[in-house]
Design a protein around this ligand. Structure first.
Ligand code: PPE
Length: 311
């Protein structure tokens, strides 16, 4: 999927034309993965574009930078404002937003702290992440032969560029095996997450998702789905999940900004539940899409209306 050009990219405090948003080949991040990023979506609503989870995403960005000892020259409020400015400038009704903070050009030293910290915000038009039919039909996934990083190797809770090598090898392996996505286990063999999504399981009437200690990214969508599940009266447990529980589950689904709520219909070619979207997944999807489309009341304050929010 090639990204289509947008007119503007926010680069270190100003909007620059797409063609001018460039870096040098000796940019530290290019060599060592020394970057932190976010992904969020603006949804098309009757009141114009609305960003889902703006503050939690920017907070996670700043926390990722804190873990990587990268001081960001902007406050949370300034970054939120810059994101709103970029979405407005590009005139989107709906889009995917990619803020990126990285170490620029100065040295090849592994202590990168003499390199400038650069900040970029780009927006793109992005449809369904795991394919057009995925949301209704579900996807076929495989358990990856690659594990997520072990505790105390990389900070799994941080969304750091270099760590996405793990996601890339998981995804390539999954595609080569004919799967849409791969789910990785943690260092102890418990279920961790998809290459770019958190995992939920419905088993004997209870909803489960792995805890933060299972080397997962603390997904914003994961948090929203936990809230919706409790709103709907489901019992929701954050606990370690053995691999085999996935195969005998009634339902499995993936959550993420890009993947939204995507049902999993098979794992390692074993059909999950009835081999399609299950009823709990569908109810959670309906609740989720009603809020983000502006149809249902935004009772938890998840949306920021781009054209109604002033600096
Ligand atoms: N785990 C990983 C590893 C991950 O990358 C994401 C987001 C999630 C869980 C879900 O987090 P959240 O978006 O806050 O609910 N993955 C991004 C896509 C990665 C990509 O660039 O492709 C995303 O969904 O934006």
């Amino acid at each position: 999927m090639t990204i289509a050009k947008t007119p503007w990219i926010w680069f270190n405090g100003e909007l620059v034309p797409w063609e001018e948003a460039k870096v040098h080949v000796f940019t530290h991040a290019l060599h060592y993965g020394s970057s932190v990023f976010e992904g969020m979506r603006a949804y098309d609503t009757p009141r114009g574009p609305a960003i889902l989870g703006l503050e939690p995403h920017v907070r996670r960005l700043l926390n990722s930078c804190k873990l990587y000892r990268m001081p960001v020259p902007y406050t949370l409020d300034q970054l939120c404002e810059a994101i709103l400015t970029t979405v407005r400038a590009n005139g989107h009704r709906a889009c995917y937003i990619r803020p990126l903070v990285f170490r620029g050009f100065d040295t090849f030293a592994l202590d990168p702290r003499s390199c400038p910290v650069e900040v970029v915000i780009g927006t793109i038009e992005w449809g369904r992440y795991l394919g057009a039919e995925a949301i209704e039909q579900g996807v076929d996934v495989g358990i990856s032969s690659w594990r997520r990083m072990a505790p105390n190797t990389f900070p799994a809770m941080a969304k750091i560029g270099g760590q996405y090598i793990n996601s890339q090898i998981i995804t390539m392996e999954a595609h080569d095996h004919g799967y849409v996505e791969g789910i990785a286990l943690d260092a102890n063999g418990y279920v961790s997450e998809g290459s770019g999504e958190n995992v939920f399981v419905v088993y004997e009437g209870v909803l489960y998702t792995p805890p933060l200690a299972a080397s997962i990214l603390a997904g914003v969508t994961r948090r929203f789905v936990i809230t919706l599940a409790r709103d709907l009266g489901y019992e929701m447990r954050e606990q370690f999940i053995p691999r085999e529980m996935l195969y005998i589950a009634d339902e499995v689904f993936l959550t993420g900004t890009a993947a939204e709520i995507t049902p999993v219909r098979s794992i390692d070619r074993i059909p999950i539940g009835n081999g399609g979207r299950g009823p709990v997944t569908q109810r959670l999807q309906e609740a989720f899409f009603a809020i983000v489309s502006g149809e249902a009341e935004d009772r938890h304050g998840w949306l920021t209306y781009v054209n109604e929010t002033v600096a």
